[in-house]
Design a protein around this ligand. Structure first.
Ligand code: FAD
Length: 454
């Protein structure tokens, strides 16, 4: 790895998952890094933000491995999930293994723990400084000057950097500033569904109340519940539903009636009182998807993670893709010897189409999770994919596996699936023609022997 001769001053806006990881990568190459984070230090202050559990798969793991953190997270804290467990209304279960051929797993990790590990790792580098309660309110992208509000003292400070990294999440200030520049395109989409976080307590004998090796899903077509295991034997769940449905759950009784009808097994596990308390403690949150291009401005500014490509959470790839951004950035730093005038445009060129593709896939997967997983056609296709994958593992890789268990470019994951659909469609048509031909064979024989056709 090339450590730079000429140190650059890197200002990272946002000390969340992607910002703190980026700090480690820049520091490793010898740059001087300042991370400005709006919130207080989550390692010392109580914090409840977005969902507390995240599914970590290969793209995220590779990035963590590169800074020596994979083992800490996976071996000591990650909960291995080997598949989805589908819960029907009548209480029957159906297990869908993620990868029965190669045995790949997805890990449930705590957001707070992961963020704390990354901040600790960044802080260990001598030239990294972390600044909490600092909100970047203004950025001059040409000069690299930042105006920063200290939220405790309510005073404005200034800082200057050679490179500004916008890792400030879905509602990014840096992206908003870039949007004022020419040729910057950006679209945002709120879906009509929101979510509320709920918790399943420990079961009997301090064990998990359900299997601790699965991501649990209660698909109900228009809405769904999911739950991921925590290492203290609880589960963190989310109900995802149209706001029109959530708005109808105004009183404890309405909520309990809804759960009794839709998720009776879960209601038993959560308990009526806990469900009511947890549900009404917070308001349903919105879900947004952002697509923009380019990701850079000149040689001074780059946006990464949710700031560049927030997505709905249904493929469990938001953080994974954000971590992969940093891997790509690091590859480019190696290739172009930390010359940001070459790195930043190349990053846009290589990354935009892929992250737009995963935003689309994440939208698609919501329909799969809440509806398709219960359909016979989906299960048949899943079996077929698994069978073909077991026979020709390097040629036939199902879409889910390419997204979660490979570093295939996201746009190629879609192209690969389209190719598979084409093959299956053609095979199906050929089979139909063959059957018709076999059925017609006796008739044709009668006609020809009677000389009707000649
Ligand atoms: P964030 O985590 O949002 O961090 C941005 C940081 O910037 C924050 O700390 C914020 O305080 C700070 N900030 C914002 N503005 C400023 C400012 N002006 N100045 C200074 N600091 C600022 N992804 C997965 O890979 N797997 C999953 O299973 C998964 N599940 C999810 C479930 C839900 C319900 C949701 C909502 C998301 C899920 N995601 C998942 C997506 C994942 O949470 C995000 O992709 C990830 O958090 C993005 O990290 P980030 O660092 O880019 O942004």
């Amino acid at each position: 790895m090339a450590v730079v001769d000429r140190k650059s001053r890197i200002a990272i806006v946002g000390g969340g998952l992607v910002g703190s990881l980026a700090g480690c990568f820049f520091a490793k190459r010898g740059h001087s890094v300042s991370i400005y984070e709006y919130r207080a230090d989550i390692r010392v202050e109580d914090y409840r933000g977005q969902s507390i559990d995240l599914a970590l798969s290969i793209r995220g793991r590779e990035a963590l491995r590169a800074v020596g953190l994979e083992e800490v997270l996976i071996d000591r804290h990650g909960i291995a999930m080997r598949g989805r467990m589908i819960h029907k209304k009548d209480g029957t279960l159906n297990e869908i293994i993620y990868d029965s051929v190669k045995g790949n797993l997805i890990y449930s990790v705590s957001r707070r723990y992961l963020n704390a590990v990354l901040l600790n790792a960044a802080e260990k580098y001598p030239d990294v400084s972390l600044h909490f309660n600092k909100k970047v309110v203004n950025a001059d992208l040409d000069s690299g000057k930042l105006k920063i509000l200290d939220t405790k003292t309510e005073t404005i400070e200034e800082a200057e950097a050679d490179l500004i990294i916008g890792a400030d999440g879905a509602y990014s200030t840096i992206r908003r500033t870039m949007a004022k520049k020419p040729l910057f395109n950006c679209s945002q989409t709120y879906i009509e569904h929101g979510y509320v976080e709920l918790f399943v307590p420990v079961g009997k004998n301090n064990e998990y109340a359900m299997s601790g090796e699965h991501l649990h899903i209660w698909p109900r077509e228009e809405f769904m519940m999911i739950a991921l295991p925590n290492d203290d034997h609880t589960f963190t769940g989310n109900i995802f539903a149209p706001f029109a449905t959530l708005d109808k759950l105004k009183t404890p009784q309405q909520l309990l009636n809804f759960y009794e009808e839709q998720f009776p097994d879960l209601l038993e596990l959560i308990g009526r009182e806990k469900l009511v308390n947890d549900y009404f403690e917070r308001k349903p949150k919105t879900l947004i998807s952002i697509k923009c291009k380019p990701y850079h401005y000149g040689k001074t500014t780059l946006i990464v993670g949710d700031a560049a490509h927030a997505m709905v959470p249904f493929y469990g790839q938001g953080m994974n893709a954000g971590f992969e951004d940093i891997l790509l950035l690091d590859d480019l730093m190696e290739r172009y010897d930390s010359d940001f005038s070459k790195i930043l445009p190349k990053f846009t060129e290589l990354r935009c189409d892929d992250t737009h593709a995963i935003c689309d896939l994440a939208m698609y997967n919501y329909v799969e999770m809440r509806d398709l997983v219960t359909r016979k056609s989906f299960l048949l296709r899943r079996h077929l994919d698994t069978f073909l994958h077991s026979q020709i593992p390097n040629t036939w890789i199902p879409l889910y596996n390419t997204v979660h268990f490979s570093r295939m470019k996201f746009r190629d994951c879609i192209a690969n699936r389209e190719w598979q659909d084409k093959i299956l469609r053609r095979t199906a048509w050929c089979t139909v023609f063959l059957i018709i031909a076999l059925m017609m064979a006796p008739v044709i024989e009668v006609y020809t022997t009677k000389g009707v056709l000649y």
